[in-house]
Design a protein around this ligand. Structure first.
Ligand code: GTP
Ligand code: MG
Length: 202
């Protein structure tokens, strides 16, 4: 699936500017700078499909990418979203994105799952809990993915996973499996691909 052709198809900065519903969608949410756009590139093995940056606040719209044998027949749509929490842009902009994201998540029938990215070095923060609570209430399928595994000492990987699972016990709707991966080293990215493939056959 992920070796298929993948291309950018749409950007939306307003809820009435979304693309018409088409293939099954998966979306990537998470704090600014957690590595959403980098993960999209790692998943599809395209280095520069989604723009990434050291500066939080890089992605400022909902960006839609279609995967499939040909553009006319997409199998899966990936949605890169702006970050929540801190970003080097105005509070007003962040409030707008957050509203757009929540409206999108609430009202999108083709959205199969939201992957909520959390920085493995920092763990689950208050803003993450807020997002997870919003997802609990939206009755959406969502799963947590810890990022930047290459930055975490091997001896701390299990503890990081345990801590995240414990924090998730507050969120009954969270998928029980937590994936801890690195877009840079590629470690465990295959686990996420497998989760997506399973999801598509459900
Ligand atoms: P916004 O669009 O601003 O919300 O950020 P984002 O979540 O899309 O993050 P992005 O992919 O732009 O990455 C942010 C920074 O984290 C960049 O400097 C990336 O190189 C770095 N980064 C992303 N993934 C990894 C990873 O697996 N390991 C390490 N060490 N750094 C990573
Ligand atoms: Mg981004």
């Amino acid at each position: 699936l992920f070796a298929q052709n993948c291309e950018f198809v749409w950007a939306a900065d307003k809820i009435d500017g979304l693309p018409p519903m088409g293939p099954l969608e998966i979306a990537f949410a998470g704090r600014s700078n957690v590595g959403k756009s980098s993960l999209l590139n790692a998943l599809t093995t395209r280095k520069t499909l989604a723009r990434t940056s050291h500066t939080p606040g890089r992605t400022q719209q909902l960006n839609f990418f279609d995967l499939g044998p040909e553009p006319a027949a997409p199998l899966l749509r990936l949605v890169d979203m702006p970050g929540y929490g801190y970003a080097a842009v105005s509070k007003e902009k962040i409030a707008n994105w957050t509203r757009l994201m929540k409206d999108f998540l609430r009202g999108r029938a083709t959205l199969a799952r939201v992957f909520v990215l959390i920085d493995g070095r920092h763990g689950v923060k208050d803003v993450d809990h807020e997002m997870l609570t919003a997802l609990d209430q939206a009755a959406l399928s969502y799963q947590v993915v810890l990022t930047k595994r290459d930055e975490v000492k091997k001896s701390l990987v299990d503890k990081t996973l345990d801590d995240a699972r414990r924090a998730l016990s507050k969120h009954p709707a969270a998928h029980p499996d937590v994936i801890f991966l690195s877009s840079h080293s590629g470690e465990s990215v295959e686990d996420l691909r497998a989760a997506v493939v399973r999801l598509m056959s459900e």
